[in-house]
Design a protein around this ligand. Structure first.
Ligand SMILES: Cc1cc2nc3c(=O)[nH]c(=O)nc-3n(C[C@H](O)[C@H](O)[C@H](O)COP(=O)(O)OP(=O)(O)OC[C@H]3O[C@@H](n4cnc5c(N)ncnc54)[C@H](O)[C@@H]3O)c2cc1C
Length: 461
């Protein structure tokens, strides 16, 4: 007899002592019995706030969970497939605590249904038991669409357009496909074989992928439309220009951007201590920032064998934008958080040897509504570190978007679109994901890719 309680079924995790020594996925996923037990906690609310208010792509959450409760896992997958192309990814990385699970009625008196864990279970069950059978690409209608960038926005747009019968080519700047899913989010949160399976689904649908092709260097939007005779273009180049600290000494050896650090960890070398060109080893590492990128960087740093890893954040824990479960897991892995602390100078001759910081206190709320951190005079102190990773957020590629003739952008370089169709000011050109919104989430980028694919299909017909 399955016991339905107000407490949800926790997903098993690798023990912290074990997981800090490897880059394997930390969370181990549900087995069938636990998934069914968890699905049975769903109250099948008539108003479905999880789906209507909590899910940007409106997955039929009670519908797929109902099928899991009946043990019909493939039917659950087919329900998810109608609205999401990346359930295995979203089940792992979506901020469920503020989306679907944040609106779950069970959560008002106890813990919400573990919707993310169930989505992940269904997607993994399908991949392991049914597989991504190569489907015959839909009959092509002779319309050519170029998709720039292969992150969640580009992948989703390309997949949906291919299903509608269009000839889609993705142009990707990097050697690898998947955007932040591949070279940003680390393996222990999102295994790369999961991303590879999603990409295979794309090529199975007949999408052509050209890597090492950079907009602005190898081609322009105009060239795609005129010379290469594409009928429409979707721009999904993300927002990957990192913010720096702007403090003295930040150009010293040993100071590294989180994007470069995670890319090296993820793609260029993986973390392989025997590699000929391994990531520079460091014993005491400071990560600056309080978002998910900082969490990914500090948890990766722990796994490289560092003796001490600090996270330095200028506000208090309550203002931290990172997912609370990431903060919890980072603490379990031994990361030390220094709140209300701001770096003011990188110490050392050519190489970093320390970081001078100042204590902060919270003043009046600023434009973001959060209380502004104010330095406490005379409170400077230095911590000894031999590596500093800057995870301070990222911006749109203004230099690139400013060169796109006829495509309107705002003062930060974000592309301006019609929010129903993702159409830009230039005929036949659409855009979506972080390049429009600034750094946001996987699911928001997917939503934009979906909307754009529907609008491009209408435009081409
Ligand atoms: C380390 C990290 C962790 C994150 N964790 C989470 C998380 O847990 N949950 C969550 O929901 N979100 C997370 N995010 C945010 C999320 O990954 C992004 O919001 C999402 O990937 C945006 O998708 P996108 O397709 O717009 O852009 P991207 O994923 O950035 O993809 C853009 C693609 O365009 C390519 N490109 C760029 N310039 C050019 C050019 N000139 N020519 C051709 N191609 C180009 C890039 O190489 C890339 O492949 C994280 C981000 C980072 C960096």
């Amino acid at each position: 007899m399955i016991n339905i309680t107000t407490v949800n079924n926790k997903m098993p995790q690798q023990d912290p002592e074990v997981r800090i020594c490897n880059f394997e996925e930390s969370a181990l996923g549900y087995d069938e019995t636990t998934a069914v037990a968890e699905a049975m906690r769903c109250l099948k609310c008539r108003k479905k706030p999880c789906m209507e208010l909590g899910c940007p792509v409106h997955n039929d959450i009670p519908g797929f969970i109902g099928k899991v409760a009946e043990g019909k896992f493939e039917e659950a997958y087919q329900i998810l497939q109608k609205t999401t192309n990346l359930p295995a990814v979203c089940g792992r990385v979506c901020p469920q605590y503020e989306q679907c699970e944040g609106h779950c009625v069970r959560g008002t008196r106890g813990e919400p249904v573990a919707i993310g864990a169930l989505e992940r279970f269904v997607a993994d069950w399908h991949r392991e038991n049914v597989g991504t059978a190569s489907s015959e690409p839909a009959q092509k209608k002779g319309k050519k669409v170029a998709v720039i960038g292969s992150g969640p926005a580009g992948i989703t747009c390309a997949g949906d357009l291919a299903e509608k019968g269009h000839m889609v080519t993705i142009f990707e700047k990097e050697k690898v496909v998947g955007g932040v899913l591949e070279y940003g989010i680390p393996q222990f949160r999102l295994p790369k074989d999961i991303v590879a399976a999603e990409i295979k689904g794309l090529t199975d649908k007949g999408v052509t992928i050209k890597t090492g092709k950079s907009l602005g260097k190898d081609f322009s939007v105009d060239k795609l439309l005129t010379k290469e005779k594409f009928d429409a273009v979707f721009i999904g180049n993300g927002a990957g220009i990192p913010t720096t600290m702007n403090i003295p000494g930040e150009d010293k050896e040993g100071v590294i951007l989180a994007s470069d650090y995670l890319m090296r960890i993820n793609v260029e070398h993986g973390y392989d201590p025997s590699s000929k060109d391994p990531l520079p080893k460091a014993k005491r590492i400071a990560v600056i920032g309080g978002g998910n990128v900082a969490m990914d960087a500090c948890r990766s740093a722990v796994r490289t064998g560092a003796e001490k890893v600090y996270v330095i954040y200028r506000r208090s824990e309550a203002e931290m934008p990172a997912d609370p479960s990431e903060v919890f897991e980072a603490r379990e892995e031994g990361v030390e958080f220094m709140f209300l602390t701001n770096p003011v100078e990188v110490k050392g001759k050519d190489r970093i040897t320390g970081l001078e910081c100042i204590r902060m206190e919270l003043g009046e709320p600023d434009a973001s509504g959060r209380r502004r951190p104010v330095p406490v005079e005379g409170s400077e102190f230095t911590i000894k570190v031999d590596q500093c990773i800057m995870a301070l957020g990222s911006n749109c590629d203004k230099e690139l978007t400013d060169t796109m003739d006829g495509v309107d952008t705002d003062k930060w370089g974000a592309i301006i679109v019609n929010d129903k169709t993702q159409a830009t000011s230039k005929k036949g050109v659409f855009a979506g994901g972080d390049t429009v919104t600034g750094a946001k989430t996987v699911i928001a980028a997917m939503d934009a890719g979906k909307k754009a694919a529907a609008a491009i299909d209408r435009y081409l017909r």
